[in-house]
Design a protein around this ligand. Structure first.
Ligand code: GLV
Length: 329
């Protein structure tokens, strides 16, 4: 008998076909959001799951899914999964690192350029029929070329953001918990700076850290005050890394000039203050959303699940310690 798996949200048809070669698949191609109770009911009796960041995999859920052996997230971030709880119950957890780095870095730049040059504000004005004549002082923005870029979080995506800055002749600073190797600094033309120094010197601050208790509100009122009043903040990392209420206030009172955001606390319900501001460019968590990359992410999660339930060695295992815990079935 084939193992039974649940795919919690809509995926590409060929990803389902691939899973179907190995498993009895329960899919959700209607893309309904599963509340905690529905998810628990659908996952009970399943051997594995392909999940997304909209499902919370926690103690409570795991306690109701005795057969579950693997949870394979379609995302590089996995703050929706309680990994220690998975480990205790012998459930392997995986993510999708690597396949989305360049696409996400492209989008950090999309937001950075759009915010610097006030693109969405200008387009909304044009679409509203307000453009009557060319003016010298119309939508004056900020130069990106030769400015200072500060990257907080110098993992794979942070490095990809840094490499792109060369084309704009930027001065690149970075802050990371641990300083990266000299070869990486050289390849990225990036100089290590303490966080406060980076905040004080950068014209553009790009956040590229995972969300965890340590990075919760990494940027709050105090950090925003350390930035230049002309500075722009870009968040393509995770909601919760920025204190959104503090950011709304800082954008209102001119503590910083502008922000470009792809992620929010409590998304998709964003702080209402953002919608009233002109100096913020807002995207609905789409940094990795190119056709090729979202497909690559979904297929990698599927391959992780096949490996987890056949060889027991998924390529992107987050908790090797789970393997030493015996599972039912
Ligand atoms: C998307 O947000 C991801 O973590 O991959």
């Amino acid at each position: 008998m084939k193992p039974k798996v649940l795919v919690t949200r809509e995926v590409f048809d060929d990803v389902l076909d691939f899973l179907g070669q190995h498993f009895e698949v329960t899919a959700n191609q209607e893309d309904r959001l599963l509340d905690a109770e529905t998810l628990a009911r659908q996952l009970a009796g399943k051997d594995g799951a392909v999940t997304t960041l909209t499902e919370r995999i926690d103690q409570n859920l795991l306690s109701r899914c005795a057969k579950l052996k693997a949870v394979c997230n379609i995302a590089v971030g996995y703050n929706n999964i309680d990994v220690p709880a998975c480990s205790t119950r012998g459930v392997m957890a995986t993510n999708t690192p690597g396949v989305l780095d360049e696409t996400t870095a492209d989008f950090a730049w999309t937001l950075l350029l759009a915010t610097a040059r006030r693109l969405t504000e200008a387009e909304a004005w044009l679409r509203a029929g307000k453009w009557e004549r060319w003016q010298l002082k119309q939508f004056l923005g900020r130069d990106v070329h030769h400015a200072t870029l500060g990257i907080i979080g110098m993992g794979r995506i942070g490095q990809a953001v840094a490499r792109r800055a060369r084309g704009f002749d930027m001065n690149v600073l970075y802050y990371n918990r641990r300083r990266v190797a000299a070869e990486i600094e050289a390849a990225c033309h990036a100089t290590y700076a303490a966080k406060d120094e980076l905040l004080a010197r950068s014209d553009f601050v790009v956040l590229q850290v995972p969300y965890s208790p340590e990075t919760h509100h990494l940027i709050g009122a105090a950090e925003l005050k350390k930035m230049k009043p002309t500075a722009v903040l870009i968040n393509v990392a995770r909601g919760g890394v920025v204190d959104d209420a503090a950011l709304v206030q800082a954008l209102k009172d001119g503590t910083i000039a502008a922000a470009g955001l792809d992620v929010y606390e409590n998304e998709p319900r964003l702080h209402p203050g953002f919608l009233e501001l002109k100096n913020v460019v807002l995207a609905p968590h789409i940094a990795s959303s190119s056709e090729a990359t979202r497909h690559g992410m979904a297929m990698l999660a599927a391959k992780n699940l096949v490996a987890a339930l056949t060889t027991g060695n998924p390529p992107n295992l987050l908790n090797p310690e789970a393997k030493s815990v015996r599972r039912e079935g």
